[in-house]
Structure formats: structure tokens, C-alpha cells
Design a binder for this molecule. Structure first.
Ligand SMILES: [Fe+2]
Length: 206
């Protein structure tokens, strides 16, 4: 059985960029709800012994497991979202990811504009990602509870674009929420570790 998700922060640790109320509601209501539904549905499908990521991938291509896929993907997406932020984060990228951003997007300011533009393509609820696939960075938007890891992407950063992620702090100003994520929250160290793990895994497999 995959473990109950643990809050990665004290509830006020990301203030003022993300309020205590937002973090509390988001983690203890939305994320835990997806986790509990995933556990129940995975038991019913005989998949509860698998790690969460394997459940997501297996359920993604089985039509009768569509509801399990949606909840499992949301549980996994939220895990990735919490990993993507830290207190005192934000600002220009660092490390190897910064080099790839320069090569792929022409620098951090241009990356920010592409990231914000991609968010604008998400109509309603969804997610925005920085991923690694086929040896390059990609900005990927997914709708509702979908996740790019079922299409061969390695997630380096996840940004929750569901309204519950920002409405208490920013009301309908999703752009302000994305700006706060980039300027004050994003954990480039986590993105670099995810990329290192991905590249090390690829070297090991070859
Ligand atoms: Fe969420």
C-alpha cells in the first residue's frame, strides 16, 4: 500500500505567497480526498499493493478503471505539486535546469512568458508542468485530472491550476497565482534533483 501523503510544510510556512488557509484546505480536503478514493478503488481493482505511480500508469489505459485513474493521477499530481515548492523559493532557475531553460527557451524571462502563456490555454481546471521528454524540457498543460507521466514525460515541476489552489488567496486572478509560484515558491533544487534522477536512470538503463 502506498503511504498516506504527508504535508511537506508547516501550514504557515509558505506565507505570504500561499496562505495557511489555502494550504490547509488544499492538503487536508482535496489531496487527502483523492488519496482515500484512490485507496478504496485500488483495493477494488486488486492494485492496492502497487506504488501510486504504477497505479496511475496501469489505470490510464484500462477504460473500466477511468475513475481510479482520475483520482490516482490527482493524488500523484498533488504529491508532485508539493515537491515543486519550498519556503523562500522562486526566482530564476538554477543548476542544470537553468542551462536547459536557456538552451530551450532562450533564457528565464522567455521561459516565464511561455509558462504563463501555456497556463492561459487551460480552460477551467487543470495542471501546468515543466517536464523532460526525448532529451529536452517541455512546458505541458493538462486538463482536469490528467497527468503527463502516462505519456512518457518525467515531471520536474507541477503547478495546480484548479481553482481551489488559488481562489482563497487570489480569487479569480490566476495570473497572480502563477506569478507568486514563479517568484516566491518554485523549488528549482527539486526540479534539478528530478532531472538528475531521470538522467541517472537513463544512463543505468543504457
Ligand atoms: Fe489541487
Amino acid at each position: 500500500m502506498f503511504p498516506l501523503p504527508q504535508a511537506r510544510f508547516d501550514l504557515d510556512e509558505l506565507e505570504p505567497a500561499m496562505s495557511r488557509d489555502t494550504l490547509a484546505f488544499h492538503f487536508t480536503r482535496h489531496h487527502i480526498d483523492h488519496y482515500e478514493r484512490t485507496v478504496a478503488l485500488a483495493h477494488g481493482a486488486g492494485l492496492a499493493h502497487l506504488p501510486l505511480e504504477e497505479i496511475v500508469k496501469k489505470a490510464s489505459y484500462v477504460p473500466r478503471l477511468r475513475t481510479l485513474y482520475r483520482h490516482a493521477a490527482e493524488a500523484w499530481n498533488h504529491d508532485c505539486f508539493w515537491r515543486s515548492m519550498c519556503a523562500g523559493g522562486g526566482g530564476e532557475a538554477s543548476g542544470a535546469v537553468a542551462g536547459h531553460i536557456a538552451a530551450r527557451f532562450g533564457g528565464y524571462p522567455r521561459f516565464v512568458r511561455r509558462f504563463q502563456g501555456a497556463a492561459a490555454t487551460v480552460f477551467g481546471n487543470g495542471w501546468l508542468w515543466l517536464t523532460w521528454k526525448d532529451d529536452r524540457l517541455r512546458i505541458v498543460a493538462t486538463a482536469a485530472g490528467d497527468t503527463p507521466i502516462v505519456r512518457g514525460h518525467v515531471a520536474l515541476l507541477a503547478l495546480d491550476l484548479w481553482e481551489h489552489a488559488y481562489y482563497l488567496d487570489h480569487q479569480n486572478r490566476r495570473g497572480a497565482y502563477i506569478r507568486a509560484f514563479l517568484d516566491e515558491l518554485v523549488d528549482w533544487g527539486a526540479a534539478n534533483r528530478a532531472l538528475e534522477d531521470c538522467l541517472a536512470g537513463a544512463r543505468h538503463a543504457s
